[in-house]
Write a protein that binds this ligand. Structure first.
Ligand code: AMP
Ligand code: MG
Length: 418
């Protein structure tokens, strides 16, 4: 009699367990704000000042008292002498009554002035006085102090993954350096006797049964995008002893080991027993398609501590998808990011998916010009073209069919790669 197979672990449960293991790495780093793109902020950026620091002009023009322009303008435009000139970066005097000040964009508004008239609405007369041809409203074209940032406000929360905009924002508050999380040190290797590195054998000289190692290329690039320091240990043969040695060595000086291939159920899959020999396996096999053979555990170090172990399936699309839905959140959480799950949006399916799968599926799709989603013609886990063709994946719950026009949950790759 066959023993009933254990049900596969649902993705949400697996993710929860994975994140429970992802304790934030100890140790922070103070980096130049210039170099902080993609890093995770550890201490909230609280503004020590108002931004902008003073009320300043949003236009090249004239600083005026609005009321003077209005009153004097009865029966004609106001004509007023220019009492001072205020370029950006200078400190003005108070505006003398009955005068205007020449002012430039970004220059501080002089005390007493309450509006800026853009120069296009003014005319400089031969005697140097200025005709104000429009009726200014109090406050117009003045950027108020603190318009952008109030002193004491928490502007960038701890746990934010910094993007170019954050670097500018931090600089606007005067931060020359920022406290960020240490980069996770990640060792990666591919397993498979069939794998050959591009550049070592020409396509026409490939031995029967060999294929080029593609996973190594996108995994390395994805790890770098997730802010990791990557040690690439190359290709490890399908051999138990070699696998044990590679894992043992990788665990010594890394926080995480990421492998691809060899984590399935065949006799040539040596990763699982090797991890169990050196540490423990906490998770194996998730109810998703592609990506079922995903594994998580730990490899103990010789002295003390351990390295996290992440075993990705060998099939390229499985490897790609499990990286996005499981490894990415894990690596972000290690760096202290709170919101690690990608944001899905609702979109219209311009395709049919007549047979739902027992497992939750991630279908490679892309936008058409009507704003709907189209399905890649081949959803096989070996067809890497789908990942380059696609704009993202449809997160399709287990057992769900899709009809033309249905609203589906779409996760853009732009969300996953950032
Ligand atoms: P495995 O998980 O080792 O059983 O591999 C599953 C499938 O993925 C096999 O067809 C392998 O040849 C293929 N594969 C494994 N590793 C890679 C890799 N690094 N690059 C491209 N294909 C791979
Ligand atoms: Mg293999």
């Amino acid at each position: 009699m066959q023993t009933p197979r254990k049900p596969l672990k649902p993705l949400d449960e697996a993710l929860q367990e994975l994140l429970a293991h992802a304790l934030v790495l100890t140790g922070s780093e103070q980096v130049d704000t210039f170099d902080a793109d993609g890093r995770v902020l550890l201490e909230a950026a609280v503004s020590p000042l108002q931004v902008p620091p003073q009320d300043n002009s949003a236009m090249d023009g004239y600083a005026v008292r609005a009321a003077e322009c209005a009153v004097m303008g009865s029966g004609g435009d106001a004509v007023l002498p220019v009492s001072q000139r205020i370029p950006a970066g200078t400190a003005p005097d108070a505006l003398a009554a009955g005068t205007v000040a020449r002012i430039f964009t970004g220059a501080p508004v002089p005390a007493g002035a309450d509006a800026i008239v853009m120069q296009e609405d003014c005319e400089v007369l031969d005697d140097g006085r200025v005709r104000i041809k429009s009726r200014p409203e109090a406050g117009q074209w003045i950027r108020l102090s603190g318009d952008d940032i109030q002193q004491g406000a928490t502007v960038i929360a701890a746990g934010t993954r910094l993007a170019p905009a954050h670097l500018g924002l931090a600089a606007s508050m005067g931060f020359a350096t920022l406290a960020v999380a240490r980069k996770p040190r990640v060792a990666m290797f591919s397993t498979g006797d069939e794998l050959v590195m591009p550049g070592t054998v020409a396509p026409q000289d490939m031995k029967p049964g060999s294929i080029y190692n593609s996973n190594r290329f996108f995994l390395r690039a994805l790890l770098l995008r997730m802010g990791c320091e990557v040690t690439d240990l190359g290709i490890v043969p399908d051999d138990r002893e070699a696998t044990v040695k590679a894992l043992e060595q990788a665990a010594q000086s890394h926080d995480v080991i990421v492998t691809s291939g060899g984590v399935s159920v065949g006799e040539e899959d040596h990763i699982k027993p090797a991890v169990q020999q050196l540490g423990q396996l906490d998770l194996w096999q998730i109810s998703i398609k592609p990506g079922k053979p995903f594994a998580y555990g730990r490899v103990n170090r010789k002295d003390h501590g351990f390295a996290h172990f992440i075993g990705l399936p060998g099939n390229p699309v499985s490897s790609f998808v499990t990286f996005q839905v499981l490894v990415r959140p894990f690596l972000l959480r290690l760096q202290g990011v709170q919101n690690v799950l990608p944001r899905a949006i609702q979109a219209r399916a311009d395709f049919v998916w007549p047979k739902g799968d027992k497992r939750r599926e991630f279908l490679r799709v892309r936008y058409n010009e009507r704003g709907g989603l189209e399905l890649f013609r081949n959803q096989s886990s070996g067809v890497l073209t789908s990942t380059a063709w696609g704009d993202g994946v449809v997160d399709n719950p287990a057992g769900t069919t899709i009809a033309e026009g249905d609203s589906v949950s779409f996760i853009p790759f732009s969300e996953l790669m950032a």
